[in-house]
Every structure is written in structure tokens, then in C-alpha cells.
Design a protein around this ligand. Sequence first.
Ligand SMILES: Cc1cc2nc3c(=O)[nH]c(=O)nc-3n(C[C@H](O)[C@H](O)[C@H](O)COP(=O)(O)OP(=O)(O)OC[C@H]3O[C@@H](n4cnc5c(N)ncnc54)[C@H](O)[C@@H]3O)c2cc1C
Length: 493
Amino acid sequence: MKKAIIIGSGLGGLATALRLSSKGYSVTILEKHSTPGGRMNVVEQDGFRFDMGPSFMSMTYELEELFNSINTEIPIELEELDPIYQVFFQGQEKPRLIYKDLKKLAEEFNDIEPNLEENAKKYLDRAGNFFHDTMDKVVKTNFSNKLDYVLKLSRVPLKHLPYLQRNMWGEVEKHFSSEEVRVIFSLVAFFLGSTPFQTPAIYSLLNYTEMKHNGYWRVKGGMYRLVEEVVKILEEKDVDIVYNTEIVSAGNNNGRLYEVLDQNGKKWEADIFISNSDAASFRGKILNREKFSEDKLDQMHWTLAPFTIYLGIEGKIDKLMHHNYFLGSNFRGYADTIFTSSISPQKPYYYVNALSKSESNCAPEGCENLFILCPVPDLRYKKSWEDRDELANNIIDDLSIRVGFNIQKNILTKKILAPDDWANMLNLYKGSGLGLAHDINQVGAFRPKNKDEKLSNLYYVGASTTPGTGLPMVIISSKLVMERIENDFRTVQ
Ligand SMILES: Cc1cc2nc3c(=O)[nH]c(=O)nc-3n(C[C@H](O)[C@H](O)[C@H](O)COP(=O)(O)OP(=O)(O)OC[C@H]3O[C@@H](n4cnc5c(N)ncnc54)[C@H](O)[C@@H]3O)c2cc1C
């Protein structure tokens, strides 16, 4: 039986473990943290249970594909969100509700965007065409080399070329006239950890996945249920998960990796290794590759870092729903400075997930469970986060005013994770929340590959390898790496 070691138990690592163990591989997962799930983790404190990172999922059919591929029923229940979310604009009393149903959406904005239904339909149809013309041909495909990538790209109809020539903001500007609607349609760029001014227009396909194709889904019981259920299945399949074990170096010989070493010097041997640790920084830090030295990594384009606050609140906040965005009044200026600032944002834009609006067991009765996420510069630009309490208080005070509820006075429990915490906890490079960004020169064959360049039995899975970041993408990543492994090791047992 071939032995595989997976370094990291993020969703990418767990999904790969499911696929490998079902094909007869003996699998061990080595995890730095004390719990499984990576960014999709859990915070439990004073009777509250918070999802630590992801709070929704799209393209849920990828999850179905994963469980189908191992002949197992999907072990969790998903619930579609409708409305998808609400957006609070600075200075506007009433939030805007975002519906998948374009008629309802048009009604919501008929005071400022008279042709919304027609324009949104055009915008989404165009994005949908692009999505279907590229998903199988480019996104869900392994490439042998850059030439192979270019050949596959050449099969994408030329009509999509203008997408490559403008950014997301340019695309929404072309379709919508009001600033608010433009901002709302371009918010998906932040899900990619970037801004619409830096994200290529091709990612308007995310609007299509959220508003037309599949929608936004939450996991009943909280997102972490998915990790818990996957771990149960892995245990039944005799997969070993070893926690508090960080791989710090690797031993290789004749183009093969034969062992990795943990922080205590313990050696772990296997036939195949799969790194779920960041595909770029693992090559630099663990394999000492010059192309991925700290200087080189620093020059790459990384996604924004998360500043997250977990609050247990006494009382109910009526104005919140499951997903809420709180935006300021200077979108362009904010987006232009947010990446590279060395100080905390003074008027931060942030997202609030109130899990207790749809889950009763995540907070004591009569209480609210709030997760706040504010995208901030990574540790390359802002090294010290000693002002974390100040930034958290700034956000909490702003939120209190905008929802008309004194949050500060009703806090029962509070936890803050700044970019340095995220970096230390999960080895996220300089605290970047979603890994490498998705510029044209950092996707496809230009993203760190899922098969090592020099070591024939080392593979990569997760957000910084192909195809990219986000829960559905890392599930696709596990499928792609499995295809590679199966190609290379056809004769298991
Ligand atoms: C705050 C936040 C909110 C998000 N919200 C959403 C959302 O709502 N929807 C969505 O689809 N996506 C969301 N994402 C993105 C999503 O969480 C990630 O794309 C995805 O979880 C990445 O999974 P992964 O398997 O690539 O890596 P990770 O989850 O980072 O897992 C990697 C694992 O490897 C371990 N590791 C690293 N180095 C080593 C080492 N040397 N030795 C041993 N172990 C190691 C780490 O500890 C970690 O557990 C969010 C991300 C963040 C940070």
C-alpha cells in the first residue's frame, strides 16, 4: 500500500485525504495547529461557537462532486441564503438588500438605477458565458507547461478578450450608472482578497456564480460542521491526523522527497507528499528555493490580510441579518490605499456575519454571535498590530451607531485575531488571508504548480496553487492534484 503524507489539514488537505484514502492509499496528515480545518476553523469561548474564517460557500456542486467521488452521502445540510446579503452605505439610513431574483433586486434600487434588471441580466449573461467557456477548459484542468496552458486558453472564444483588457470596476462601470450598484457588483473582488481596481474583469464570473448560477449557501450547524464530518469519515478510513506538528525541513535525494522533519526533529517518511501549506512559501521556507526566497515572495501580489473580531453579545440586534457589509463613502480612495498602508484604517470597511440569525446553538439564548472581518494590509506593509484593540473598538463603535445598538456595553465575550495571529497560527504568508492574488500573471500555469518542479513525488493542494482561493476552488484543487497523482502512480497496492 502506498503511503501518503499530507502537510496541513485545511479543506484542501482534508479533501485530498478523502480522495487518496478512498483509492487505497495509507494517509497521514501532519498539522501545525491544534485543530483541523486550517482557515475553516472554529473559535469556542464562553458558551459561544464562532466560525473562524469562511461563513458561506458558493458552487456547492463541487462539494457534491467530492463526496460522490468517494461514494459517500454528503454529510452536511446546506441552506441557500435569500436575500444573499445586505449592504449599509455610510450616511444612508436604510440598508440595501441584495436578492438573486433580479426583479426584486431592481425594486430595491429603483430610486437610483432605473434599468437595473435589464442591465444586470446583460452583465450576468456575459459573465455566465465566460464562466461556462472557461470552467472546464481552463479552471478545472491541469497544465503540463506554459505552452499547454496557452493552447488551452486559445480554445476560449475570442469574444471574451475585452475581459482581459479591463478591471472589474471598468466592467461594472460599463453596465451600471449608480455608484452604489457599481460598488455592490464589484464587492466580489474583496472575496478574492483584492479590490475591483486591481482585479481583472474576468472575475465578474463570481457575480454570476452568486447571483444566477448557484447562489450563497451556509452549512447548517455552522461551517465547521463540514470539517467535523470530514474528519469522522477520515477516521473511519484509518487516516491518522497528527496535530501540533509543524514541518520545518525536508530531506531529498535523486529528485525524490523521502522524508519531512517536524519542529522536534522527528522524521516522517512516505512514498508521496502533498503540501497543503502555502504552495509558494513552502517552496521558499522549507525547500529553500531561490525563486521563492523572502525577497521574491514579497514582490509577488498577495491578497489582503484579515483582521477578525469574534463577539458574544447579550441581546438581539434587529438590524443585522446573516451577511452584512458596512461600507464608507470613499470606495475608490479606500481601495487605493488599503493594500499598502502602514497604519490601521481610520474609517474601516468591514463585513459582519451574525451566525445567531440562522443558528440557535452557536450562542446562549437571547444572545448574538458576531464575526467581523475587516480586510487590512499584510505584514509586509504593517508589521505591528499593537493597535489591535484600538482598531477593534473603532469598528465596534461604528457598528453600534449604524445598527442602533450599544454593542460595547453588551459584550459577553470577545476575541481578536490580527494578521500576525493568522500568520503564526496557520503559516499564512505575512498574514495574507487568501494566499496569492489572482492577477493574470499569477493564475493558470503562472501560479505555483500543483506538482513540484524538482521532486517527482511532491505535490501541492490549496489556495496558492491552481486553480485558486476559496472553498470550492480548493476542492477543485484536490481533484486536480489527485488526477496528477493517479497519472504518476497508476499501480497502487
Ligand atoms: C477570514 C477569512 C474568511 C474567509 N471566508 C470565506 C468564505 O466565506 N467562503 C469561501 O469560499 N472562502 C473563504 N475564505 C477562503 C478560504 O478559507 C480558503 O481559501 C480555504 O479555506 C483555504 O484552504 P487551504 O486548504 O488551501 O488552506 P488552509 O485552510 O490555510 O490550510 C492549510 C493548513 O496547513 C497547515 N500548515 C501550514 N504550514 C504547515 C507546516 N509547515 N506543517 C504543518 N502544517 C502546516 C496550517 O496550519 C493549516 O491548517 C476565507 C478566508 C479567511 C482567512
